[in-house]
Design a protein. Structure first.
Length: 81
């Protein structure tokens, strides 16, 4: 199965296309948390301080543990009007 990683709005400009991290990749790169996913996908890019993160549509922090089948989304803060 794996972990689906989504990037929205300006995060897509910074990171490129969405990614699917298969179970073997997750194990091989010791990916356990949201921060681990960012570090793997970012290839050295620093995560902007105001980036929001959701796992399975719930806002979370970087130390949140991820598991097979999760969807992790990175997006900038949004405003309404």
């Amino acid at each position: 199965m794996g972990i689906a990683v989504k990037f929205f709005a300006s995060m897509r400009d910074l990171m490129g296309d969405d990614r699917e991290l298969d179970a073997q990749m997750v194990q091989q790169h010791n990916i356990k948390t949201v921060d681990d996913i960012w570090n793997y996908c970012a290839e050295g890019k620093e995560r902007p301080a105001n980036v929001l993160v959701a796992v399975n549509m719930d806002y979370v922090g970087g130390s949140t543990t991820v598991k097979d089948g999760d969807e992790v989304a990175f997006f900038p803060p949004v405003t309404g009007g």
